[in-house]
Design a protein around this ligand. Structure first.
Ligand code: HEC
Length: 125
């Protein structure tokens, strides 16, 4: 009798485990897989974008302009200010208009300024 009831309990546990382990494991494995794919994909940010987020995005949220709304970083507004190339954007960073902070080479080295300019031209069409 004791042996028989033990046997039943054992089978019961096995059945519960057989159902729960895949039920928990499969969604967890999917979550891990999806987050790995996402990180390896297009969410990796460039040095230009990273520096933009650090130095510029306070005022230029999503390429806009929180202080002077007409002067966004989008191509059509840049064109109105005759800002067409990365060199023009770097010149603005070094010698900005009213309301914008000035960034010298100690704050943003030339190489980083170029990377930011490249990012701005590509990101805000
Ligand atoms: C303190 C706020 C502030 C920060 C920080 C800032 N800007 Fe600006 N930016 C402005 C304002 C205000 C203007 C408009 C200036 C004017 O009237 O000429 C502007 C204008 C510009 C323009 C010309 C836009 C146009 O349509 O004429 C560019 C390009 C630009 N900023 C790039 C940058 C970059 C790149 C950074 C980061 C390195 C940066 N800005 C950081 C406030 C800021």
């Amino acid at each position: 009798m004791i042996a028989a009831s033990n046997g039943k309990k054992g089978n019961g546990m096995k059945r519960i485990c057989a159902a729960w382990v895949p039920a928990l494991f499969v969604p967890m494995a999917l979550i891990v897989l999806v987050s790995c794919i996402r990180n390896g994909g297009n969410t990796r940010i460039s040095p230009g974008e990273e520096a933009f987020m650090t130095h510029c995005s306070v005022c230029h949220v999503k390429g806009g302009n929180v202080i002077t709304p007409a002067k966004t970083l989008y191509k059509k507004d840049l064109a109105k200010s005759n800002i067409l190339t990365t060199t023009d954007i770097v010149a603005t960073i070094r010698n900005p208009g009213p309301g914008m902070r000035k960034f010298d080479e100690t704050t943003i080295p030339d190489k980083t300024a170029d990377a930011i300019a490249e990012y701005v031209l590509n990101a805000f069409q």
